[in-house]
Design a protein around this ligand. Structure first.
Ligand SMILES: Nc1ncnc2c1ncn2[C@@H]1O[C@H](COP(=O)(O)OP(=O)(O)O)[C@@H](O)[C@H]1O
Ligand SMILES: O=C(O)C(=O)C[C@H](O)[C@H](O)COP(=O)(O)O
Length: 305
Protein backbone atom coordinates (compact mmCIF):
# COMPACT_ATOMS: atom_id res chain seq x y z
CA UNK A 1 0.00 0.00 0.00
CA UNK A 2 1.16 3.58 -0.46
CA UNK A 3 0.57 6.06 2.43
CA UNK A 4 0.77 3.27 5.04
CA UNK A 5 -0.55 4.35 8.44
CA UNK A 6 -1.59 2.49 11.57
CA UNK A 7 -5.21 3.58 11.10
CA UNK A 8 -7.77 0.84 10.36
CA UNK A 9 -8.04 0.17 6.64
CA UNK A 10 -11.56 0.73 5.28
CA UNK A 11 -12.07 -0.22 1.64
CA UNK A 12 -14.67 1.13 -0.77
CA UNK A 13 -15.01 -1.57 -3.42
CA UNK A 14 -16.79 -0.74 -6.68
CA UNK A 15 -17.45 2.42 -8.65
CA UNK A 16 -15.36 5.62 -8.68
CA UNK A 17 -16.82 8.12 -11.14
CA UNK A 18 -17.91 11.67 -11.82
CA UNK A 19 -21.32 12.82 -10.60
CA UNK A 20 -22.43 15.35 -13.26
CA UNK A 21 -24.79 18.13 -12.12
CA UNK A 22 -25.62 20.18 -15.25
CA UNK A 23 -22.37 21.98 -16.14
CA UNK A 24 -20.60 20.95 -12.93
CA UNK A 25 -19.08 17.61 -12.03
CA UNK A 26 -17.90 16.25 -8.69
CA UNK A 27 -16.14 13.03 -7.67
CA UNK A 28 -18.54 10.28 -6.64
CA UNK A 29 -19.45 6.62 -6.76
CA UNK A 30 -21.04 5.13 -3.66
CA UNK A 31 -18.17 2.86 -2.46
CA UNK A 32 -15.58 5.53 -3.33
CA UNK A 33 -17.60 8.01 -1.27
CA UNK A 34 -17.46 5.61 1.69
CA UNK A 35 -13.66 5.28 1.39
CA UNK A 36 -13.24 9.04 1.02
CA UNK A 37 -15.36 9.76 4.10
CA UNK A 38 -13.71 6.98 6.13
CA UNK A 39 -10.41 8.72 5.38
CA UNK A 40 -11.79 11.85 7.10
CA UNK A 41 -13.09 9.77 10.02
CA UNK A 42 -9.93 8.42 11.67
CA UNK A 43 -9.54 5.48 9.26
CA UNK A 44 -7.38 4.85 6.21
CA UNK A 45 -9.96 4.88 3.43
CA UNK A 46 -8.87 3.11 0.26
CA UNK A 47 -10.71 3.18 -3.08
CA UNK A 48 -10.66 -0.04 -5.10
CA UNK A 49 -11.98 0.71 -8.59
CA UNK A 50 -11.02 1.33 -12.21
CA UNK A 51 -10.91 4.50 -14.33
CA UNK A 52 -10.23 5.07 -18.01
CA UNK A 53 -6.92 6.14 -19.53
CA UNK A 54 -8.37 9.59 -20.17
CA UNK A 55 -8.36 13.13 -18.71
CA UNK A 56 -11.40 12.38 -16.50
CA UNK A 57 -9.55 9.40 -15.01
CA UNK A 58 -6.38 11.41 -14.43
CA UNK A 59 -8.42 14.12 -12.74
CA UNK A 60 -10.02 11.60 -10.37
CA UNK A 61 -6.62 10.16 -9.49
CA UNK A 62 -5.26 13.69 -8.89
CA UNK A 63 -8.22 14.44 -6.65
CA UNK A 64 -7.61 11.32 -4.55
CA UNK A 65 -3.89 12.20 -4.24
CA UNK A 66 -4.69 15.78 -3.18
CA UNK A 67 -7.00 14.37 -0.52
CA UNK A 68 -4.29 12.00 0.71
CA UNK A 69 -5.97 8.82 -0.49
CA UNK A 70 -4.05 5.94 -2.04
CA UNK A 71 -4.41 5.53 -5.81
CA UNK A 72 -2.54 2.23 -6.10
CA UNK A 73 -5.77 0.21 -6.19
CA UNK A 74 -7.51 2.31 -8.81
CA UNK A 75 -6.79 0.36 -11.99
CA UNK A 76 -6.47 2.05 -15.38
CA UNK A 77 -8.47 0.63 -18.27
CA UNK A 78 -7.12 1.19 -21.78
CA UNK A 79 -10.43 0.34 -23.51
CA UNK A 80 -13.28 1.77 -21.45
CA UNK A 81 -13.67 5.42 -20.36
CA UNK A 82 -13.96 6.79 -16.83
CA UNK A 83 -17.52 6.44 -15.51
CA UNK A 84 -19.98 9.31 -15.33
CA UNK A 85 -23.43 9.67 -13.77
CA UNK A 86 -26.02 12.33 -14.58
CA UNK A 87 -27.55 13.62 -11.34
CA UNK A 88 -30.91 15.39 -11.47
CA UNK A 89 -33.21 16.64 -8.73
CA UNK A 90 -36.94 16.99 -8.35
CA UNK A 91 -35.96 18.26 -4.89
CA UNK A 92 -32.55 18.50 -3.16
CA UNK A 93 -33.45 15.56 -0.85
CA UNK A 94 -34.16 13.23 -3.74
CA UNK A 95 -31.36 12.89 -6.33
CA UNK A 96 -32.08 10.80 -9.43
CA UNK A 97 -29.11 9.04 -10.99
CA UNK A 98 -28.62 8.03 -14.63
CA UNK A 99 -25.64 5.70 -14.61
CA UNK A 100 -23.82 5.59 -17.94
CA UNK A 101 -22.76 2.19 -19.31
CA UNK A 102 -19.65 0.59 -20.85
CA UNK A 103 -17.25 2.29 -18.43
CA UNK A 104 -14.00 1.38 -16.71
CA UNK A 105 -15.39 0.51 -13.24
CA UNK A 106 -17.41 -2.32 -14.84
CA UNK A 107 -14.07 -4.05 -15.57
CA UNK A 108 -12.28 -4.33 -12.23
CA UNK A 109 -9.75 -7.19 -12.26
CA UNK A 110 -8.90 -9.23 -9.19
CA UNK A 111 -5.12 -9.60 -8.74
CA UNK A 112 -2.48 -10.36 -6.11
CA UNK A 113 -2.07 -6.77 -4.80
CA UNK A 114 -5.84 -6.67 -4.26
CA UNK A 115 -5.77 -10.02 -2.46
CA UNK A 116 -3.06 -8.68 -0.11
CA UNK A 117 -4.95 -5.44 0.48
CA UNK A 118 -8.22 -7.22 1.28
CA UNK A 119 -6.39 -9.37 3.77
CA UNK A 120 -5.41 -6.23 5.75
CA UNK A 121 -8.86 -4.62 5.67
CA UNK A 122 -10.70 -3.95 8.92
CA UNK A 123 -13.83 -3.10 6.92
CA UNK A 124 -14.98 -3.23 3.33
CA UNK A 125 -18.08 -1.65 1.82
CA UNK A 126 -19.56 -2.78 -1.47
CA UNK A 127 -22.88 -2.29 -3.27
CA UNK A 128 -25.08 -3.65 -6.03
CA UNK A 129 -24.39 -1.32 -8.96
CA UNK A 130 -20.78 -2.43 -9.54
CA UNK A 131 -22.08 -5.99 -9.92
CA UNK A 132 -23.94 -5.15 -13.15
CA UNK A 133 -21.14 -6.54 -15.37
CA UNK A 134 -19.74 -10.02 -14.83
CA UNK A 135 -16.06 -8.94 -14.70
CA UNK A 136 -16.45 -6.58 -11.74
CA UNK A 137 -19.08 -8.78 -10.10
CA UNK A 138 -16.72 -11.77 -10.00
CA UNK A 139 -13.80 -9.57 -8.87
CA UNK A 140 -15.90 -8.19 -6.03
CA UNK A 141 -16.71 -11.72 -4.82
CA UNK A 142 -13.02 -12.66 -5.08
CA UNK A 143 -12.04 -9.58 -3.08
CA UNK A 144 -14.59 -10.41 -0.37
CA UNK A 145 -13.35 -14.00 -0.25
CA UNK A 146 -9.83 -12.63 0.43
CA UNK A 147 -10.89 -10.73 3.59
CA UNK A 148 -10.22 -12.00 7.10
CA UNK A 149 -12.98 -13.51 9.21
CA UNK A 150 -12.96 -10.43 11.49
CA UNK A 151 -13.32 -7.94 8.61
CA UNK A 152 -16.51 -5.88 8.88
CA UNK A 153 -18.15 -6.55 5.51
CA UNK A 154 -20.81 -3.92 4.80
CA UNK A 155 -23.30 -4.19 1.94
CA UNK A 156 -24.79 -0.77 1.16
CA UNK A 157 -27.48 -1.97 -1.23
CA UNK A 158 -27.73 1.30 -3.26
CA UNK A 159 -30.15 0.11 -5.96
CA UNK A 160 -29.85 2.13 -9.17
CA UNK A 161 -32.17 2.02 -12.21
CA UNK A 162 -32.56 -1.61 -13.41
CA UNK A 163 -29.02 -2.60 -12.39
CA UNK A 164 -29.83 -5.30 -9.88
CA UNK A 165 -30.74 -8.95 -9.83
CA UNK A 166 -32.18 -11.09 -7.08
CA UNK A 167 -29.30 -13.60 -7.25
CA UNK A 168 -26.59 -10.92 -6.80
CA UNK A 169 -28.51 -9.34 -3.95
CA UNK A 170 -29.02 -12.65 -2.14
CA UNK A 171 -25.36 -13.54 -2.55
CA UNK A 172 -24.33 -10.10 -1.28
CA UNK A 173 -26.66 -10.32 1.72
CA UNK A 174 -25.13 -13.64 2.69
CA UNK A 175 -21.59 -12.18 2.43
CA UNK A 176 -22.37 -9.15 4.63
CA UNK A 177 -22.21 -8.57 8.37
CA UNK A 178 -23.93 -5.19 8.14
CA UNK A 179 -26.55 -4.28 5.54
CA UNK A 180 -27.52 -0.65 4.88
CA UNK A 181 -30.56 0.38 2.86
CA UNK A 182 -32.94 3.32 2.62
CA UNK A 183 -36.73 3.24 2.93
CA UNK A 184 -37.31 2.98 -0.84
CA UNK A 185 -34.87 0.09 -1.03
CA UNK A 186 -36.76 -1.76 1.74
CA UNK A 187 -39.83 -1.80 -0.53
CA UNK A 188 -37.90 -2.94 -3.61
CA UNK A 189 -36.01 -5.62 -1.69
CA UNK A 190 -39.20 -7.01 -0.18
CA UNK A 191 -40.77 -7.19 -3.64
CA UNK A 192 -37.73 -8.94 -5.11
CA UNK A 193 -37.58 -11.47 -2.29
CA UNK A 194 -41.38 -11.90 -2.47
CA UNK A 195 -41.82 -11.09 1.21
CA UNK A 196 -44.55 -8.86 2.65
CA UNK A 197 -43.05 -5.73 4.19
CA UNK A 198 -46.21 -4.94 6.24
CA UNK A 199 -44.19 -5.29 9.45
CA UNK A 200 -40.69 -3.86 8.89
CA UNK A 201 -39.35 -5.44 12.06
CA UNK A 202 -40.46 -8.90 10.96
CA UNK A 203 -39.01 -8.34 7.47
CA UNK A 204 -35.63 -7.26 8.85
CA UNK A 205 -35.55 -10.17 11.31
CA UNK A 206 -36.18 -12.49 8.38
CA UNK A 207 -33.25 -10.95 6.44
CA UNK A 208 -30.97 -11.28 9.47
CA UNK A 209 -31.81 -14.96 9.99
CA UNK A 210 -31.99 -16.05 6.37
CA UNK A 211 -28.68 -14.47 5.36
CA UNK A 212 -26.90 -14.43 8.78
CA UNK A 213 -26.55 -10.66 8.91
CA UNK A 214 -25.51 -9.13 12.27
CA UNK A 215 -27.04 -5.70 11.78
CA UNK A 216 -29.40 -3.95 9.37
CA UNK A 217 -29.49 -0.14 9.11
CA UNK A 218 -32.39 1.62 7.45
CA UNK A 219 -31.79 5.30 6.70
CA UNK A 220 -34.77 7.64 6.46
CA UNK A 221 -33.37 10.95 5.20
CA UNK A 222 -34.23 13.79 7.60
CA UNK A 223 -35.96 11.29 9.90
CA UNK A 224 -32.67 9.63 10.84
CA UNK A 225 -32.24 5.86 10.96
CA UNK A 226 -33.39 2.55 12.37
CA UNK A 227 -30.83 -0.05 13.40
CA UNK A 228 -31.63 -3.69 14.04
CA UNK A 229 -28.78 -5.38 15.93
CA UNK A 230 -28.23 -7.58 18.99
CA UNK A 231 -31.95 -8.51 19.01
CA UNK A 232 -32.83 -4.86 19.54
CA UNK A 233 -34.22 -2.03 17.47
CA UNK A 234 -32.67 1.43 17.80
CA UNK A 235 -34.72 4.33 16.47
CA UNK A 236 -32.34 7.29 16.18
CA UNK A 237 -34.02 10.52 14.98
CA UNK A 238 -32.28 12.88 12.56
CA UNK A 239 -31.11 16.43 13.25
CA UNK A 240 -32.54 19.12 10.93
CA UNK A 241 -30.13 20.68 8.41
CA UNK A 242 -30.48 22.98 5.43
CA UNK A 243 -30.02 20.62 2.52
CA UNK A 244 -27.83 21.68 -0.42
CA UNK A 245 -27.99 18.24 -2.04
CA UNK A 246 -28.41 14.83 -0.42
CA UNK A 247 -25.92 13.15 -2.78
CA UNK A 248 -23.55 11.07 -0.67
CA UNK A 249 -25.51 11.44 2.60
CA UNK A 250 -26.09 7.68 2.75
CA UNK A 251 -22.47 6.84 1.97
CA UNK A 252 -21.14 9.21 4.60
CA UNK A 253 -23.62 7.69 7.08
CA UNK A 254 -22.18 4.26 6.26
CA UNK A 255 -18.57 5.45 6.60
CA UNK A 256 -19.31 7.10 9.94
CA UNK A 257 -21.08 4.02 11.29
CA UNK A 258 -18.17 1.80 10.21
CA UNK A 259 -15.56 4.14 11.72
CA UNK A 260 -17.26 4.22 15.13
CA UNK A 261 -18.11 0.53 15.25
CA UNK A 262 -14.42 -0.15 14.57
CA UNK A 263 -13.65 2.03 17.61
CA UNK A 264 -16.02 -0.08 19.71
CA UNK A 265 -18.85 2.46 20.06
CA UNK A 266 -22.34 1.20 20.96
CA UNK A 267 -24.90 0.97 18.15
CA UNK A 268 -26.94 3.94 19.39
CA UNK A 269 -23.94 6.28 19.73
CA UNK A 270 -22.46 5.17 16.41
CA UNK A 271 -25.86 5.69 14.72
CA UNK A 272 -26.30 9.13 16.27
CA UNK A 273 -22.86 10.11 14.97
CA UNK A 274 -23.63 8.62 11.54
CA UNK A 275 -26.91 10.57 11.33
CA UNK A 276 -25.10 13.82 12.08
CA UNK A 277 -22.37 13.07 9.54
CA UNK A 278 -25.02 12.25 6.90
CA UNK A 279 -26.80 15.52 7.69
CA UNK A 280 -23.55 17.50 7.39
CA UNK A 281 -22.82 15.99 3.98
CA UNK A 282 -26.41 16.71 2.85
CA UNK A 283 -25.81 20.36 3.79
CA UNK A 284 -22.82 20.57 1.40
CA UNK A 285 -22.54 20.18 -2.37
CA UNK A 286 -21.58 16.78 -3.80
CA UNK A 287 -20.69 13.44 -2.24
CA UNK A 288 -17.12 14.21 -1.13
CA UNK A 289 -17.08 17.56 0.73
CA UNK A 290 -13.96 18.15 2.85
CA UNK A 291 -15.26 18.10 6.43
CA UNK A 292 -12.49 16.45 8.48
CA UNK A 293 -12.42 19.11 11.24
CA UNK A 294 -16.23 19.19 11.54
CA UNK A 295 -16.36 15.38 11.84
CA UNK A 296 -13.65 15.45 14.52
CA UNK A 297 -15.55 18.02 16.59
CA UNK A 298 -18.78 16.06 16.22
CA UNK A 299 -17.07 12.81 17.20
CA UNK A 300 -15.70 14.38 20.41
CA UNK A 301 -19.09 15.91 21.24
CA UNK A 302 -20.96 12.61 20.85
CA UNK A 303 -18.31 10.45 22.50
CA UNK A 304 -18.44 12.50 25.71
CA UNK A 305 -22.26 12.38 26.01
N1 LIG B 1 -32.46 16.31 5.04
C1 LIG B 1 -31.73 15.73 5.99
N2 LIG B 1 -31.70 16.26 7.24
C2 LIG B 1 -30.98 15.69 8.22
N3 LIG B 1 -30.27 14.55 8.06
C3 LIG B 1 -30.25 13.98 6.84
C4 LIG B 1 -30.97 14.53 5.74
N4 LIG B 1 -30.79 13.74 4.66
C5 LIG B 1 -29.98 12.73 5.06
N5 LIG B 1 -29.67 12.87 6.37
C6 LIG B 1 -28.85 11.95 7.18
O1 LIG B 1 -28.12 11.08 6.31
C7 LIG B 1 -28.58 9.72 6.45
C8 LIG B 1 -28.60 9.04 5.09
O2 LIG B 1 -29.48 9.71 4.24
P1 LIG B 1 -30.52 8.96 3.29
O3 LIG B 1 -30.99 10.00 2.32
O4 LIG B 1 -31.53 8.25 4.10
O5 LIG B 1 -29.59 7.87 2.59
P2 LIG B 1 -29.40 7.46 1.06
O6 LIG B 1 -28.53 8.54 0.48
O7 LIG B 1 -28.73 6.15 1.13
O8 LIG B 1 -30.77 7.42 0.46
C9 LIG B 1 -29.95 9.80 7.12
O9 LIG B 1 -30.21 8.64 7.88
C10 LIG B 1 -29.79 11.04 7.99
O10 LIG B 1 -29.17 10.71 9.20
O1 LIG C 1 -22.37 5.10 -7.31
C1 LIG C 1 -23.56 5.41 -7.39
O2 LIG C 1 -24.48 4.62 -7.13
C2 LIG C 1 -23.95 6.79 -7.82
O3 LIG C 1 -25.05 6.99 -8.23
C3 LIG C 1 -23.02 7.92 -7.53
C4 LIG C 1 -23.33 8.73 -6.27
O4 LIG C 1 -22.14 9.42 -5.92
C5 LIG C 1 -23.73 7.89 -5.08
O5 LIG C 1 -24.67 6.96 -5.41
C6 LIG C 1 -24.29 8.71 -3.94
O6 LIG C 1 -24.93 7.80 -3.03
P1 LIG C 1 -25.83 8.14 -1.76
O7 LIG C 1 -24.94 8.22 -0.60
O8 LIG C 1 -26.77 7.00 -1.66
O9 LIG C 1 -26.50 9.46 -2.05
Amino acid sequence: MNNVTSLPVVIGLGELLWDCFGDERRPGGAPANVAFQANQLACQGIVVSRVGQDPLGTELLDFLKQQNLATKYVQIDTTFPTGTVTVEFSDANDPQYTIHERVAWDHLEFNQPLAELMNQAKAVCFGTLAQREKTSRESIYQCLAATNADCLVVYDINLRQEYFDRSWIERSLSLAKIVKLNLDEVEVLAGLLEISVGDTGWFIEHIQKEYTVDAVCITRGAEGCLIYADDQQYDIPGTPVEVVDAVGAGDSFTAALISRRLLGWSWDKAALFANRVGGLVASHAGAMPVLRAEFERLGEEIQTR
